[in-house]
Ligand binder design. Structure first.
Ligand code: AGP
Length: 621
């Protein structure tokens, strides 16, 4: 989950590497470092902490050179420290490497290299790579990297430069850690992720697993690790820099990416619907799935696999698909999928859901399903990502780049995509006729405007939280309980996850009906309870649960349908959402869940865009 960047060209490398690295800081921020080549000398600067600390060091002691690599770290082996920061160098400090991933056999390699006299300076798994390349580079840097890569076990993306070969950057990839090459005018860029390249180029090539590349300012060559030349057409990225910067609409200059992306949800939902719905005819068109209606009728099961927020979207998707298409649905935590030995075949549609498309557990689950002959249609937000490339078809969410580690707009875009998938399945399988489809898609089409209304809560929420005893009670709270029923139960899980990852407060999402089977024991005057109780099939039961909480002095923050004075009257804090069809309410309920976590996080002075111990996409299993 580290971020790697590289550059070779006419400009001072550091002027390109630092801005690119900043756009990858959501991948990890335990330490940062850069290495460049000036003449035949390697210049390395690195430090524990954020890129800001590295910039301060570079102020005092700049690096020079037109070739360079840089790194932002999410520590796995060796605690965050200056010594464990990347880049790592060989014994003679002639070459430097940066690495994303995990080297599983680093202990035995380290012992073997130490026996050979190699001196180690860090506790990381990564440093063995520098010494291994040093051992094998008699026939040049590229061959040294290739030989080293053949000896490494695990998943890795590596970039390497050497003072005595000042005109090249060599990179290699095995397993899921991604690497993208960007093409400029007599300059070439390398990065772990597309956002880092925005503003420099939109022309890219994705380095596939088991491939390596040699970059010079004028050329790029790709080879497999067994030496076969690879030719690949360039792709054009549909995004531009602004979408990756804080310049947003309607309020320019958001204080945090998370808030900017919360406000981008109406557009994300609208974009995900666009040209997939015929509002007049009531038809749903998703050709990119690559499945005919006949294929959809032939299915006998659907299997969602995902992690984190995407898993919560999958849980909502289950309610929709089973109701609209009467197709049995399983939802699996991707990291657990392989351990249950799932029984799949060609009549099962496996749907991996992933914002980044690089989450290793979800990728592993996809491969497990493929091995068993299941059809694979991914729901993904990143063009050309590993999950998207390995699936048979992709239902892209069109949320744009999501920088904030806490997923927000990608979540509601996923709910939109799953609503369309469920409708498509329901129509193909004859459970939803055009009239009902027209009614449901019309409701979906109205969601962005309803969401814009909910976003106005933002000021309201801030005012309520900032004033009155409730706010302080929230910020001091050690625990929160989130309750929901039916399609809102996954939203309770999502609300709890947002609060946990943004404010470091322990929070649990629970099916409200389970309360009396245990968690009710936790309720007292210090326990805030977020109850999701909009009008609908679960309303009465939720109202009863809220009374149970109030009977034990609990603090109730209720998400209710606007104007509902009954449940609203019971609650300490009311977060209203506009009336909407039951199946569409999760798209509206998500917003107050996100805003609550965001404002409590800000109140507590947390870094809401880069929460501790977290990273945007988890590329190791
Ligand atoms: C959510 O806010 C978290 N960032 C995390 O749980 C995330 O949803 C999970 O890692 C899955 O990521 P993906 O959708 O990119 O696969």
């Amino acid at each position: 989950m580290c971020g790697i960047v590289g550059y070779i060209g006419p400009r001072e490398a550091v002027t390109v590497l630092l801005p690119a690295l900043r756009r990858l800081e959501y991948r990890g921020y335990d330490s940062a470092g850069v290495a460049t080549i000036h003449g035949k000398n390697l210049e390395v600067r690195k430090t524990a902490g954020k890129i800001l600390q590295l910039e301060a060091i570079l102020e005092r002691s700049p690096v020079r050179g037109r070739v360079g690599i840089a790194h932002t770290r999410w520590a796995t082996h060796g605690r965050p420290s200056d010594g464990n920061s990347h880049p790592h160098v060989d014994c003679a400090s002639r070459l430097a490497i940066v690495h994303n991933g995990i080297i599983e056999n680093y202990r035995e390699l380290r012992k073997d290299l130490a026996r050979d006299g190699h001196q180690f300076r860090s506790q990381t798994d990564t440093e063995v790579i520098a010494h291994l390349i040093e051992r094998h580079r008699a026939n040049g840097l590229a061959e040294g990297v290739r030989q080293a890569a053949l000896q490494l076990q695990g998943a890795f993306a590596i970039a390497c430069i050497a003072g005595d070969e000042p005109e090249v950057v060599v990179a290699v990839r095995r397993g899921s850690p991604p690497l993208v090459i960007g093409f400029g005018d007599s300059e070439v860029f390398l990065a772990s992720d597309i956002p880092a390249l925005l503003g420099e180029t939109r022309e890219i090539v994705v380095l596939e697993e088991g491939e390596m590349t040699v970059l010079t300012a004028k050329s790029v060559t790709l080879h497999t690790l067994d030496g076969h030349r690879v030719r690949r057409t360039h792709s054009i990225i549909p995004w531009d820099r602004d979408t990756a910067e804080k310049a947003g609409f309607p309020h320019s200059g958001f204080p945090h990416f998370m808030l900017k992306e919360i406000f981008e949800q109406p557009a994300a939902v609208r974009n995900t619907i666009r040209d997939r719905v015929d509002l007049e005819g009531g038809d749903i068109r998703i050709p990119e799935m690559g499945l005919t209606d006949r294929d959809l009728v032939g299915l006998n099961r659907l299997c969602f696999v995902a992690c984190g927020t995407s898993l919560h979207a999958a849980m909502v998707g289950k309610y929709m698909v089973e109701a609209f298409a009467r197709l049995p649905v399983e939802v699996d935590v991707a990291s657990e999928f392989r351990y249950r030995k799932p029984v799949l075949d060609g009549r099962v549609l496996t749907v991996p859901i992933s914002q980044s498309g690089e989450t290793a557990d979800t990728l592993a689950a996809l491969r497990e399903a493929r091995e068993q002959g299941s059809r694979i249609v991914a729901v993904c937000n990143v063009l050309g990502s590993s999950v998207a490339r390995e699936a048979d078809g992709v239902l892209y969410t069109r949320a744009g780049i999501e920088i904030g580690v806490a997923s927000t707009k990608a979540f509601t875009a996923q709910l939109t995509a799953l609503f369309l998938l469920a409708l498509k399945l329901g129509m193909a399988r004859g459970f939803i006729d055009r009239a009902l489809a027209r009614h449901l898609t019309k409701g979906l089409w109205e969601v962005p405007d309803l969401m814009a209304g909910v976003l106005e809560l933002n000021e309201e929420v801030e005012k309520v939280l900032a004033i009155g005893k409730v706010a302080s009670r929230f910020a001091e709270s050690k625990d929160f309980l989130y309750l929901g029923r039916g399609i809102h139960y996954p939203l309770a899980l999502e609300g709890a996850l947002k609060l946990k990852e943004i404010s470091y407060i322990h929070a649990e999402g629970y099916p409200a009906g389970e309360m009396k089977h245990g968690p009710i024991a936790l309720i007292d005057a210090r326990m805030p309870v977020v109850a999701i109780a909009p009008k609908g099939p679960t309303y009465e039961k939720m109202a009863a649960n809220i009374e149970e909480v109030k009977a034990r002095e609990g603090i109730v923050i209720a998400v209710v349908t606007a104007g509902d004075g009954e449940v609203g009257g019971e609650a300490d804090v009311v977060l209203p959402i506009p009336p909407a069809a039951h199946w569409l309410q999760p798209l509206l309920v998500a917003v107050p869940m996100q805003l609550l976590a965001y404002h409590i996080g800000v109140l507590k002075g947390c870094d809401v865009d880069q929460p501790r111990n977290l990273a945007k996409s988890v590329t190791v299993e």
